[in-house]
Structure formats: structure tokens, C-alpha cells
Design a protein around this ligand. Structure first.
Ligand SMILES: [Zn+2]
Length: 78
């Protein structure tokens, strides 16, 4: 398999699981490492509010928030 073939395959792959954030923009990168707001380990990444956070940690937190919101919604409607 060539690199080109692999790239086109992954581009078409459906997104599974929680929504993935796109932090490729330089606005999510700091030259200074700081403790992640979720796990406490140093990271140079920043979330949309410029708080230190790993991308994976932020994605997990978003998935948890969505799950909590879905739970709350279900409780409200029962
Ligand atoms: Zn983290």
C-alpha cells in the first residue's frame, strides 16, 4: 500500500466515538508548558479558552459533558 492510498483511506474513515477537536491551529499552541487542567501533566496545548489542556483530555471531558447532558435530559423527561 502506498502512502497516498493510506491517506485517502483514512480520510474517508467514519469518525467513531467522541467528537475530535481540531487543534492544528497555532492558537492552540503555547511555547510554555503548563499543567493540564484535567490531568495535571504539563502540556503546551491550550483549549479554546487558552487554558492548558491536552487535546485527548479535552475530548474526554467533552464526551463526559455530552453524556451528562444526555443523562440530565433523560431524567427531566421521565
Ligand atoms: Zn491532560
Amino acid at each position: 500500500m502506498t502512502a497516498r492510498a493510506r491517506r485517502s483511506t483514512s480520510a474517508k474513515a467514519p469518525v467513531a466515538g467522541p467528537a475530535l477537536l481540531d487543534w492544528r491551529d497555532s492558537s492552540h499552541w503555547s511555547s510554555r508548558p503548563a499543567p493540564c487542567r484535567y490531568c495535571g501533566f504539563d502540556t503546551q496545548l491550550r483549549d479554546s479558552k487558552w487554558k492548558p489542556a491536552h487535546k485527548t483530555c479535552a475530548e474526554e471531558a467533552l464526551a463526559q459533558q455530552a453524556a451528562d447532558a444526555a443523562d440530565a435530559y433523560r431524567k427531566d423527561t421521565l
